[in-house]
Every structure is written in C-alpha cells, then in structure tokens.
Design a protein around this ligand. Sequence first.
Ligand code: ADP
Ligand code: MN
Ligand code: MN
Ligand code: MN
Ligand code: MN
Length: 364
Amino acid sequence: IATQRTSLSSRLNKFLRERYLNLPQGEFCQVTYVWIAYCGMDLCYKTRTMDFTPKTIADIPEWDTIGQTEGFSTEMPLAPACMFRDPFLLDPNKLVFCEVLKNTREPAESNHRNSCNKIMEKIKELHPWFGMEQEYTLLGVDGHPFGWPRLGFPKPQGTYYRCVGADRAFGRDIVECHYKACLYAGIKISGTNPEVMPSQWEFQVGPCEGIEMGDHLWMVRFLLHRVCEDFGVVATLDPKPMTGDWDGAGCHINVSTVQMRAEGGIEYVLNSIEKLRKRHAEHIRVYDPNGGEDNKRRLIGCQVFSSINDFSPGVANRGASIRIPYRVAQNKCGYFEDRRPAANCDPYAVTCAMARTCMLEGEE
Ligand code: ADP
Ligand code: MN
Ligand code: MN
Ligand code: MN
Ligand code: MN
C-alpha cells in the first residue's frame, strides 16, 4: 500500500551523488532532449553525449523518439527548438526543447509549436509580449496534497495567499530551488508567490516575445517536475485538484503589442478585448488540453473566477475573465490579462489563439 508521502529515491544518499557529479567530464557535453509526449501533456526526455559544447541551437543535431501516428507506433524526428543551461548536471551541459515531427516531417498531433511559430512570424513586427502565471499544486507521492493532514483538511482558505509561516507555506523549498534553477538555466522567470489553496503555488514567466513564451513555459515545467523529484513530491498542473471549496489552478496570460505599450495604447487593448469577446467559446476550447472540459471543473464562477460561460472584462477586477490592470488603466497604455487558461494549457496553443484573434489583421 502506498503510505509513503515522499519517494524512496528522494531519500537516497545525496552526498554520494554529489561526489560522482563533481567528476570532471573532459571535453564531453551531456545534452538532454526534452519534448511533449503524444498525449500533449506529459514531458519526456533522453540524454546523449556530444564531443563538443554546442554554442547555439543550430549545433544540436536532430534525434528521434517512438510515438504514435494514426494509431501506429512509429519513429518520430525530434527537431531542436530552444537551448538552456542544465541546472542539474551543470555547465557545460544543456537542456534542449524539441518539436516532435511525423516521419513525413509534418508536425505531430501534439505539436502546437509548429503552427504557433508560423503565426508569430507573420506578426513579428508587432513585437507581441506574453507573460504567463503558472499555478500548480504539490502532492505527496500518495496523490494527497503535500502537507495536508492525512485525514481531514487543513484550515479553510483565507490565510494562505502570499503568506509566510510553517502552518501555511507547504513546500517552500521546492519553490525556491526551482526559481534558482530557472535563473541558472536562462529561463525568463519573473516571480513567484504562494497561492490561495495550501500547497498551491505560482510562478510567472515573461515577458517573452512570440514563440519564446511556449518554449520557456514548457521548459520551466520540466524543471519543476525534476526539482520536485529531488524532494520526493509531485507537482500537478490539474486545474481543479481538490473538489469543494478549494481554488483551482490557472495559467493567466498577460498580453501586449508594441502599440499597446506605447502612449495611448489602451485603445489597442480595448480593441483586442472586443475581438476576444466574439471568440469566447473558441478560446475556451484551446485553454485546456481537453477542449474546455478541464476548465468546466475550474471556472465555476465565484469571487476570483469567472464562469466558463461568461465573457466579463473589467478594470482591476480579479473575478473578470479579462482584466485590465489598475496601473494600465491609469497610464492608458500597457497590457491586458486573460484569466481563463487552465494550469494545464499548452502555451503554444494559447499564445497562438491570442495572436490569431488579436493581432492577425484581416486573414483569419
Ligand atoms: P497578477 O497581478 O495577475 O498576479 P503577476 O505579477 O503574477 O500578475 O504576473 C504578471 C505577468 O505579466 C508576468 O508574467 C509579467 O512578465 C507579465 N507582463 C508584465 N508586463 C507585460 C507586458 N507589457 N506584456 C505582456 N506581459 C507582461
Ligand atoms: Mn499572479
Ligand atoms: Mn489562484
Ligand atoms: Mn495566481
Ligand atoms: Mn494574474
């Protein structure tokens, strides 16, 4: 019976591990390829040795994985997209995020990066910036929220949000270690905070320009799962991990273009919100990996969540689906926030839909 809260692996001798990891590695470089599994949600990886240190993504050769195409198990090329420093194996080792292709070289079903990139290319002169706020929940390996009593519940919500103290901050080590690992890797992480539900946390990534948003958010998730593994706990991106009076987890997206950021740019912000209003249902379908089904559990309508059926923009209103931050309304320029994406959304699909709706003139 699974009665352990933390994994056995996390309790192996870390001092010994350190000794081996400190061995010199000569001119060799360990390159870890990371990609999205064919379910579209899980991340996979494998590592290879290279006999030189790659300087740019162009130095990384393609590799391959086994995946599903039309129900068959086939070899699928991994096309390197973005390179980071490896905060686990340390310099000069690398982490490389890859696109998955079919053997016809078309993008795999789970690959939303390919089409996203095409849209981002078309609108690049608008310099689209995105910032995403990833919420997540820590679980023990028994699947129960980390730090919660085994039977019963912690104190109700109300004292946890952005709070400090052993009775309210569950799993801070993970948050701080992950943050440092991100900075080392070169991820544009911009902040972190404890969330409303105990054991729930958030970090922000951005502003990132164009396709970079998806690249960084996927890699930051890989780092999160990997750091959690060291501590023997699990991070879930489920948008509603606990039923009842416990907050769900979202992935708010903040958006701007060069026009919105310039003086008087609020006009472009309002214009985008009107475009989003017309496509509410369409956006809800891409804001989680299950066509809106996951968000049905989360966007049930209360003080901090809009209802899935309502499109409700508002200034400084955190119960709105779209929020114009107070400072943006004051300055009459800046960005807007779409609070609808679920924690488990694909950032390529979300930024692509955003760009298509708000920034692509005429065509679509
Ligand atoms: P909230 O008040 O909604 O909790 P956060 O501070 O958690 O906001 O997150 C704000 C996000 O907005 C960050 O990811 C940040 O990078 C991003 N951001 C800031 N300015 C811009 C901008 N001009 N365009 C797009 N994103 C932005
Ligand atoms: Mn936030
Ligand atoms: Mn929240
Ligand atoms: Mn939040
Ligand atoms: Mn937010």
